[in-house]
Design a protein around this ligand. Structure first.
Ligand SMILES: [Fe+2]
Ligand SMILES: [Fe+2]
Length: 171
């Protein structure tokens, strides 16, 4: 594992050990990908792109990991949710994810913007303020399409380690 990858793990390890983040393993995002795996991939590739373009890699790693931290099965209709938002999941889950992220963690303004604007331009009224937000929303769209059409983006070998309970990364 390169030192850069170790840096990535250092950024997200406390989140991966959090029970609420692990809860994302219960939910299917698209195809046969869980929300947890989807978020971890978005986080990692956003981190890599941020390093490449000299952007804030830490916020991309954390914002990417929490961008879909809405914590429900979006395939299942929910009357309470409909009552609160009126709009479908695609338009509203960024707001819910950001609310959860603030509830369970301390996140900065950039991370908050990454999460809340990640569906732009669908959510045209929430325009991203930071280049890191554009990195995450671009990676998210690419991976969403790739996952939808048969999971063409492979897990890096070491990433699959992150998905096991036995990796011993508890701090
Ligand atoms: Fe999303
Ligand atoms: Fe996503």
């Amino acid at each position: 594992m390169s030192s850069v990858d170790q840096e990535y793990i250092d950024y997200i390890i406390d989140f991966l050990n959090d029970e609420k983040v692990k809860e994302m393993k219960q939910y299917v995002q698209h195809g046969n990908t869980t929300t947890y795996k989807h978020c971890l991939k978005v986080s990692y590739y956003s981190y890599k792109l941020a390093k490449r373009f000299h952007c804030d890699a830490k916020d991309c790693a954390i914002g990417g990991l929490l961008h879909d931290f809405f914590l429900y099965d979006w395939h299942v209709k929910d009357k309470e949710r409909e009552k609160e938002f009126f709009l479908p999941h695609g338009f509203t889950h960024g707001v819910v994810a950001e609310r959860n992220a603030r509830k369970y963690f301390e996140i900065d303004d950039k991370c908050s913007d990454i999460i809340i604007t990640h569906m732009f331009p669908l959510t045209i009224w929430k325009v991203p303020k930071f280049k890191e937000s554009y990195i995450v929303l671009t990676v998210d769209k690419y991976l969403t399409i790739a996952e939808f059409f048969s999971g063409k983006v492979k897990w890096k070998k070491w990433l699959s380690f992150l998905d096991t309970e036995s990796f011993g990364m508890v701090r």
